[in-house]
Design a protein around this ligand. Structure first.
Ligand code: TXA
Ligand code: MG
Length: 311
């Protein structure tokens, strides 16, 4: 159910949960220091309670009173990428932030979103805790309709159109003297090189996952996905692939954009996965013959996890 900005503000102030657009994916928003509202978010998503939420703020000034310390290069990263699709994990003074939003950890992930509607909303409500607006394990929502699919037609949603990036924010954590990527996202490792002087490595190189949430299965449609780089097997009738490629046989081809345009493919990724379910397709071959750099690295990781299926 579409709500206006003013309705969204008053629902959030009353402790309700609202679907909210961002430039990455839609979020399931709650007033960040309202324990009952935050607990509703976990319950709605069926999200394990040990997987913390990202807090969305208007600017760095809203973070400083809660930070125990700010990691090196924090301000330079903030200047370069905020507002935008970057989340930075910050050690916080724990008693100042309710435990449920941080899943009991002594850190919080903060992000300054750039979507004009999100910014207008946060200006009126204050910081918002927002995980992606999907049932836990399912593909994230990049359009208003996706939230309706997961949470029903009566769920209040601020409609901001299709999300520009279509992939979640990149999550950075400062660990043993350098920044590491603990979740790949809409900013690629190379994007940070100009600011940091190095391209941060991925989570697998960090010693241990920071919270169990990173271990859960994610992004999965009901359809089973077979990832491949050459030709689709004869017995698979549906192909997810590129608009500028030909696929043999008389298969149903669902295109997510051109093989030369990672941004276009990223923007259509979750819609494509959700479309398979909407069309009742239970098995699809996915063309993963694309480069191993930039945004393609995130796309490949999401597909690998989507192909693991729902547990
Ligand atoms: O683009 C995004 O980041 C979207 C939009 C709505 O902003 N939000 C989003 O939230 O993707 P969510 O909850 O679906 O994913 C947040 C990720 C999870 O993998 C979680 O484990 C990790 O960030 N995370 C959050 N706080 C953390 C913390 N304190 N330490 C380690 N990981 C954290
Ligand atoms: Mg998520």
């Amino acid at each position: 159910m579409r709500v206006s900005l003013d309705q969204a503000v008053s629902l959030l102030q009353q402790g309700e949960v609202v679907g909210v657009p961002t430039e990455t994916v839609y979020g399931l928003a709650a007033a960040w220091q309202n324990r009952e509202a935050v607990e509703k978010v976990y319950a709605l998503k069926k999200r394990p309670l040990n997987n913390p939420l990202i807090v969305h703020v208007a600017d760095v000034d809203q973070i400083i009173p809660y930070a125990d310390r700010l990691p090196p290069s924090f301000h330079r990263l903030a200047e370069a990428f905020w507002p935008g699709p970057l989340t930075m994990i910050v050690p916080i003074v724990s008693e100042k932030i309710i435990s449920s939003v941080r899943a009991g950890l002594a850190t919080v992930g903060f992000r300054v979103p750039s979507h004009p509607l999100t910014r207008e909303l946060i200006a009126k409500t204050g910081p918002l805790a927002m995980p992606s607006a999907n049932l836990s394990g399912r593909p994230s929502s990049t359009a208003y309709q996706h939230i309706e699919e997961d949470f029903g037609l009566d769920f209040p949603i601020l409609d901001g159109g299709s999300c520009e990036a279509g992939l979640e924010s990149t999550v950075l954590y400062f660990c043993e003297g350098e920044w590491v990527i603990i979740r790949l996202g809409a900013l690629s490792s190379e994007d940070f090189e100009v600011v940091l002087g190095y391209a941060p490595c991925g989570m697998d190189k960090a010693a241990v996952p920071l919270c169990p949430g990173q271990l859960y299965r994610h992004y999965a449609p009901k359809a089973r996905l077979i990832l491949g780089k050459s030709h689709p097997p004869e017995d698979i009738l549906c192909v997810v692939g590129f608009a500028d490629r030909m696929y043999p046989g008389d298969k149903k081809v669902i295109s997510w954009g051109k093989s030369t345009d990672a941004k276009e493919v990223a923007a259509h990724l979750y819609e494509t996965l959700r479309l398979l379910d909407r069309q009742g397709i239970d098995l699809a071959w996915v063309d993963t013959d694309f480069p191993n750099d930039g945004l393609w690295v995130t796309i490949a990781e999401r597909l690998r996890r989507a192909a693991q299926g729902l547990s």
